[in-house]
Design a protein around this ligand. Structure first.
Ligand code: COA
Length: 274
């Protein structure tokens, strides 16, 4: 087993044909910061550069897979200051970086297995849906709370969810932002398999072993074929609209009020002064 130590928000490990990318901000429930978005792209390239890696497991350290986008990146401009105006006049960097992250993970050469536990929120669910196979612990709680934050679901999340769970379910989950459990996620098609909490790592290991039995060529050919067919069904390029609607939401007064109120509640709950 070797660990690459160039990443600050991830632990990236290699053990022969198995790679591991572990989100590693456990004190923040692996909230996905700008740095983590960029490092996920780098980690995908790191694994792609090592042709011996057949399967990569993507997981989260600590008590959750991921609490979604780091809310400090989404923080609301309070008044229409020049800084706020410049934020709304350019393409939102997080929307771009989020889509690039999801595309890089989805485009990886290796088969990706997402190991889910604890909370899987918003951008964390986008990351999971960019993986080929998803295994969740029974207690995993999913939610897509972006609309509470007064922003649309970006990062290419909408077309991926439509592909995985269908249009009506996507609308319901995103528009309500309600929490749902692993059983519902499996029934909807967002996860492949639900396993007892204490068996999660072992079940993922068994799944990985069953994949490692197969040739890289046939795994890769199957992945590319399925992705090509799925892309034909739901064009992921439709995510182009992400950055524009995020910018528009930042300018929309009602959305901005929702965002300020959500972030104030979040800060109060965590007694933040920043
Ligand atoms: N961004 C930044 N920090 C986050 C975070 C996020 N999305 N989610 C959690 N954290 C931090 C908390 O601030 C807290 O840090 P602190 O101890 O330094 O204050 C730590 O992670 C633990 O979070 P906490 O809320 O105490 O855990 P919990 O188990 O009570 O609640 C959640 C878990 C996921 C329900 C809750 O953290 C939450 O709602 N997070 C925000 C989710 C969100 O809005 N994501 C963005 C949308 S994509």
């Amino acid at each position: 087993m070797s660990t690459d130590s160039t990443f600050s928000t991830l632990t990236v490990m290699m053990d022969g044909p198995r790679g591991d990318i572990r989100l590693n901000r456990p004190d923040k429930l692996n909230a996905i910061s700008d740095t983590m978005l960029h490092e996920l792209v780098e980690a995908a390239h790191f694994c792609d550069a090592r042709s011996e890696i057949k399967v990569v497991v993507i997981s989260g350290a600590g008590r959750s897979f991921s609490a979604g986008a780091d809310v400090t990146m989404i923080d609301a401009p309070v008044e229409s200051t020049s800084a706020a105006r410049s934020l709304t006049q350019r393409r939102h960097p997080t929307a771009e970086a989020g889509s690039q992250m999801a595309d890089a993970i989805e485009g990886m050469e290796a088969v990706t297995v997402c190991q889910l536990h604890g909370h899987c929120v918003g951008g964390g669910a986008v990351l999971a849906s960019a993986c080929d196979i998803r295994v969740a612990a029974e207690g995993t709680v999913f939610s897509i709370p972006e609309l509470f934050l007064g922003i649309p679901l970006a990062w290419g999340g909408i077309p991926r969810l439509v592909r995985d769970v269908g249009a009506a379910k996507t609308k319901e989950l995103v528009m309500t932002g309600r929490r749902f459990g692993a059983a519902e996620a499996a029934a909807a098609g967002l996860v492949n398999r639900v396993v007892p909490e204490e068996r999660l790592e072992e079940e993922v290991r068994l799944l990985v072993d069953s994949l490692l039995d197969k040739s890289m060529f046939t795994l890769g050919a199957t992945k590319r074929y399925v992705n090509a067919v799925a892309e034909h069904m739901v064009d992921l390029k439709r995510a182009w609209n992400d950055a524009h609607s995020l910018e528009a939401a930042l300018r929309d007064p009602e959305s901005r009020a929702a965002r300020i109120s959500y972030l104030e509640r979040f800060r109060t709950d965590h007694q933040r002064s920043d």
